[in-house]
Design a protein around this ligand. Sequence first.
Ligand SMILES: Cc1cc2nc3c(=O)[nH]c(=O)nc-3n(C[C@H](O)[C@H](O)[C@H](O)COP(=O)(O)OP(=O)(O)OC[C@H]3O[C@@H](n4cnc5c(N)ncnc54)[C@H](O)[C@@H]3O)c2cc1C
Length: 548
Amino acid sequence: MQARQLPQMVTHEVLNQAQALENYNAYSRNLALQEAVGREGAGWAHDWLVARGAEVGSAEWIEHGRLANTHPPQMRLFDRYGHRRDEVEFHPSWHECLGWLKGHGCDTGPWADPKPGAHVARAAAFVQFAEIEAGSLCPTTMTYGAVPVLKHVPELARDWMPLLLSRQYDRRFIPATDKRGVLIGMGLTEKQGGSDVRANTTRAERLDDASWRIVGHKWFLSAPMCDAFLVTAQTPKGLSCFFVPRWTPDGRLNEIRIQRFKDKLGDRSNAGTEAEFWGATAWLVGEEGRGIPTVLEMGVYTRLDCALGSTGLLRAALSQALHHAGQRAAFGKLLRQQPLMMNVLADMALESEAATALSLRLARAFDAQDDEREALLRRLLTPVAKLWICKRCPTVVAEAMEVHGGNGYVEEGPMPRLFRQSPLNSIWEGSGNVMCLDALRALTKQSKSADVLAAEFAGALGQNAAFDRHVAQLQLDLRDSVGIEASARRLTQDIALAVQAALLLRFAPQPVSEAFCASRLGGDWGQVLGTLGRQTDFETILQRAWPQ
Ligand SMILES: Cc1cc2nc3c(=O)[nH]c(=O)nc-3n(C[C@H](O)[C@H](O)[C@H](O)COP(=O)(O)OP(=O)(O)OC[C@H]3O[C@@H](n4cnc5c(N)ncnc54)[C@H](O)[C@@H]3O)c2cc1C
């Protein structure tokens, strides 16, 4: 029998499509991150971070990130006989991700092995993991923030600290006493209010044995498979903070009833739930009636991680865009060689480098726990960095998506997931306005904050006229309290830009710092990315940012 000839139209060669960005070292080619790690005191972690970069850039780990998100968690409220389980089942890749994060101390490494630069080294690993999977960072950061809070409660610390500081992730849903490592979540937000936690209606009642009973609800309770939660509830003395384990010490499931999953825009790998407390057993953490300062102690760490997480998302989006533009041609030239596309890519690269510099500088302030100057800086820069980096993130991710053309909008690629994730860090852990008001509070309550800030600019003054002018105006604005609340976003933005510019002027190659200052401070910029001035050294900026 004669073979049937296919018409020529049926087959075609696939041309001009980029290869996936994988099997590369996400750290070795992230020069901005490497240099920041070195100058912020964690140069000793270089080899360790190179090894993490190889993992994060590998096809295997990128696939874990994809699978954890394409197979979202499943609720198992009851067992087959109708007993309550309130359990959530995850894809194995979710567990792999948490195993990586806990195994490398991204939750409690700096507490388990404190040394100069420990928070910075952890920050760099956290940023890198954010490039491939963001949902698992949620229980990781809550556990990071819970440690300093739980240290104040010797009875809880005695039993829980070894498990918190452990490098073993234990996925089993069993009492903590039988586990090799634990994770902590938190429940603050209720239906009637999240930013204003004072509006909580959940109540706590003291029992004879010094434990408490919690009755109420939480409107958002993420990562419900955590082994315990820090939960706010009202007592006769006011809002207080409680430690609520998933299992009671006598081995019963605690009375935390999951109601339903949140159907979220992104963060799909992570389970977000609504929960009710039906007389859950709890222990007081911190002073009764002082729940807000107690949970804020945790919040400082989780807010740092929002800035770090968005730094990772920004870098991931930039890397994908650069990689694509280096392989895709249009009108006879690679996109990467088209002058207008070079402007877009360089503008994104500036944003990514500035975010990296600011968030790693902030991480250093967490290393110097006993230094008064660094403490003031930490207090002010945490809300500033969280506001600014998390706000810039969706803008850059959307632009990076467009660099991919239609491919960027298709779920098979990484861009839709990055895009859905990109606004979240700005919303939780204190939304944008709340961060700005917090920055104002830091400035007004701690009179030395402005001086400490000024010291950050000192080494960069005299190098760039736009920067000098920006700092001079900022100093005036900081002294003027008229209408200050309404302009808190503007002020927070101006502080963030000044700190970023100072870091770039001091440490980044001149083409980067000059383009950043000219565009962000000097007015030589438009309303969209890709509007850097004509004199910009695009080539140098792009080569520095290139991921491979
Ligand atoms: C995916 C996801 C997971 C979450 N997981 C958790 C969790 O595990 N545990 C938990 O406790 N919470 C969790 N949250 C809740 C989150 O922290 C809150 O949504 C957030 O703090 C905002 O609170 P809200 O939703 O009540 O908004 P609101 O407090 O109503 O705020 C609405 C808007 O008003 C602004 N605003 C508030 N006060 C002022 C003011 N004085 N001046 C000007 N503007 C103001 C805010 O910035 C915000 O933009 C999660 C949220 C999401 C989206």
